[in-house]
Design a protein around this ligand. Structure first.
Ligand code: ADP
Ligand code: MG
Length: 695
């Protein structure tokens, strides 16, 4: 896609794009020609085939030439305005039949749609008591010369809209770009195009926005999806540290340190923890770099596996870096790591932005001289100032919070042999085949013994009171709770319960229970001290924005109340719910929802109610959001695919993967003449950007 991505002209140079349109485009993430070219239509309307009135049934779509027969009015006589009804007959070669156009709110059409004239009509019809009707329609006057109006006789792309944008503007803008660029360079080899019946890139992008036939559209989409997946695959595969490793040989045995650590645990490891540890150990002992994903639902005990695995290399004098997506979480890991490992003589250091001046200098020096065994921190661990003595193993927690590209950038920088990624957002099979192409996966399917699965209640306004009572009962048992809200302060949307006012409300609801308000705008130190008090049981509940989403581990918390649950995505809801149910105590999750639910929101809540299985939830997430809707937002962490669909293109993904492998196997450096094109497309790719990824 790299050539298609390189059209950097600003869209405001296009005619019709003023301040308002520019702002609306920005809402869709569109600022350049490329962004607009790569805007995928939501759907296409097939207006290439005439569909005469006589052959239509209820719910079908009319697409034909009509003649206007009469105007009349209908509706209540009670003083209200009556509605114009235009009766038309089919005037195409192929058809007959009549249709009533109901002009709700469009009585002005009486003046423009004239009796006896011919128009092109498009709209979906319904059948009422034998009368064919249509209330959502488009009419365009037929011209003398018999040419179709622009909107007819073709397959029309329907783009997603925002603000002041109209289909017309987007279509015109895209056509303008397509006519300005005489030819887009090709991105696939002749061999691939021939074997898979694919188009030239130039042809494909033109057909995609302007398909002459449905077959051409499908071929265009397939070409673009193939190209997109192909380069994604190549980038992932060629990346250092992502080489396929062979199945490890020999039985790796746990080191003395590991055994000593396991010995100190008050519980025994789950079977999956043991087998994951074994897999990691084998990778660490092999001379190929480890590239492994440890996936397991929230609370399944991944962190512990990571610590123990770190001991495997520490025995050999190496250093380990442990990275978390937020400072809060990094601090928590530092604490748990310290508790677990310090008594074994392991030297841990927590590196954060708040360690400053002299202290920082000393810490950096100790890391550089190998006086620290494990360094814990955020992505700042990989900034230039941090120099390791012998960094050989990097562990990244909640890796889905880091974008795919950011992660690759980080690997580039770290150049470490061994990498363990942890995620509680399981990667659907299709995804693990793409960008995670060469990742080996260890999975914790089972929860530690004695865990009860969280009971989830859907709560509407009527049952809100009962919920407060239920949470109150948990307080009397000495358990703790979280109340989570989507926003910080009240900015006018009256139905939104904002944290601050709810905090006040809850204080009066539970006068004898101490509490605190926590949100992302608080100073880091304040957050830390609140969490510490909560952890020590000095606070009964936290009222918070989704700060608590990731990783916080407080086993005594048994209630998670999520307000406006309909506003959260599935993976966020699952993460939030995972903050409870972390001990033998029975826990509860209350999903409070408002009156107006979209169909998607209903489905999400239903999924949450019926399952606590993160794998199932991730799959459902993909299905509900569907192809094209998978944005690379922080919340989902998935990469953004434009043309390919993770739910529907499994076959194509597998095929592309095989092709990419075949090419790299025969020509790892892509130096052969026939791969020249692939190499230059790859080198046209923009460099990875680093962004801040604090929550
Ligand atoms: P994850 O990172 O997968 O969400 P954690 O590693 O934070 O899970 O573990 C959650 C909690 O379960 C921690 O308090 C941890 O000490 C505890 N734990 C981990 N493994 C076990 C086990 N095998 N048995 C009992 N508790 C465990
Ligand atoms: Mg965790």
């Amino acid at each position: 896609m790299e050539y298609l991505r390189n059209q950097n002209q600003d869209i405001s140079t296009l005619s019709g794009v003023g301040v308002a349109a520019k702002a609306s485009y920005a809402e869709l993430g569109i600022t350049t020609y490329s962004d607009l070219l790569l805007l995928s239509p939501r759907s296409w309307e097939d207006r290439s085939q005439v569909r005469p009135l006589g052959k239509l049934g209820d719910g079908q779509v009319a697409n034909t030439l009509v003649e206007v027969l009469s105007h009349s009015y209908f509706g209540l006589k009670t003083g209200k305005k009556r509605t114009l009804k235009i009766i038309v007959r089919d005037a195409s070669q192929q058809g007959d039949g009549r249709l009533s156009l109901l002009c709700f709110g469009r009585n002005f059409l009486e003046k423009t749609i004239r009796i006896g004239k011919l128009y092109y009509l498009y709209g979906s019809v319904s059948l009422h008591r034998g009368e064919l009707q249509c209330s959502q329609f488009e009419l365009y006057p037929a011209t003398e010369d018999g040419d179709f109006p622009k909107q007819f006789g073709k397959i029309l792309p329907i783009y997603p809209l925002r603000g002041s944008l109209s289909q017309r503007l987007i279509r015109t803008n895209i056509q303008a770009i397509l006519s300005q660029v005489s030819q887009f360079s090709d991105e696939l080899t002749a061999d691939l195009k021939q074997r898979y019946d694919l188009l030239d890139t130039d042809q494909a992008i033109r057909f995609y926005h302007n398909p002459p036939t449905l077959e051409a559209l499908e071929q265009a989409r397939k070409t673009l999806a193939f190209t997109e997946l192909f380069y994604l695959q190549l980038v992932a595969r060629r990346h250092k540290g992502l080489e396929q490793r062979s199945k490890a040989t020999g039985a790796s045995i746990p080191s003395r340190l590991e055994l000593a650590c396991i010995e100190t645990l008050p519980f025994s490891l789950t079977r999956d923890q043991l087998s994951s540890l074994k897999e990691i150990r084998q990778d660490l002992d092999s001379d190929l770099p480890m590239n492994r994903l440890l996936q397991g639902d929230v609370g399944s005990g991944k962190t512990l596996v990571a610590w123990i695995s770190a001991l495997h290399v520490l025995g050999k004098g190496a250093q380990v870096a442990f990275m978390a997506p937020t400072e809060l979480l990094a601090r928590q890991h530092a604490e748990s790591g310290f508790q677990l490992l310090a008594k074994l003589g392991i030297r841990l250091a927590f590196l954060t932005g708040s360690v400053k001046n002299k202290e920082r200098k000393l810490l950096l020096q100790a890391i550089a001289e190998g006086e620290v065994d494990i360094v814990i921190g955020t992505h700042a661990l990989f900034s230039k100032e941090v120099v390791f003595h012998n960094l050989s193993y990097v562990i990244i927690d909640e890796q889905h919070r880091f974008g795919v590209e950011q992660r690759l950038a980080l690997l580039e920088k770290a150049r470490v042999p061994d990498l363990l990624l942890m995620t509680a957002t399981p990667i659907p099979r299709t995804l693990s085949l793409t960008v995670f192409g060469n990742l080996n996966i260890s999975t914790l399917h089972t929860m530690p013994q004695g865990r009860k699965s969280v009971i989830t209640h859907l709560v509407n306004e009527q049952s809100r009171k009962r919920m407060y009572q239920a949470v109150g009962v948990e307080f009397t048992r000495g358990h703790q709770a979280y109340f989570v809200y989507p926003r910080i302060d009240d900015s006018g949307e009256s139905d939104l319960r904002d944290v601050e006012s709810m905090y006040e409300f809850l204080k009066s609801e539970y006068p004898s229970v101490s509490s605190a308000l926590i949100h992302s705008k608080l100073e880091e130190e304040k957050k830390v001290s609140i969490l510490k008090d909560y952890q020590e049981g000095k606070l009964g509940y936290l009222v918070s924005t989704s700060v608590v989403e990731v990783g916080i581990d407080i086993p005594n918390a048994t209630c998670m109340v999520i307000e406006h649950a309909e506003r959260f995505g599935l993976s966020a809801l699952h993460q939030l719910r995972g903050r409870v149910g972390r001990s033998h105590l029975q826990s509860y999750c209350f999903l409070v929802f408002g009156n107006e639910l979209t169909e998607e929101a209903k489905q999400r809540l239903k999924v949450m109610k019926e399952s606590t299985d993160g794998f199932y939830i991730a799959e459902q997430d993909l299905l509900i959001r569907g192809p094209g809707e998978l944005t690379g937002t922080r919340q989902s962490g998935y990469l953004k695919l434009i043309f390919a669909s993770l739910t529907e293109d499994l076959h194509l993904i597998e095929l592309v993967r095989t092709e990419a492998d075949r090419i790299l196997a025969s020509d790892p450096g892509l130096v052969k003449a026939e791969h020249q094109m692939i190499r230059s497309v790859l080198s046209a790719a923009p460099p990875f950007e680093e962004e801040s990824c604090d929550a």
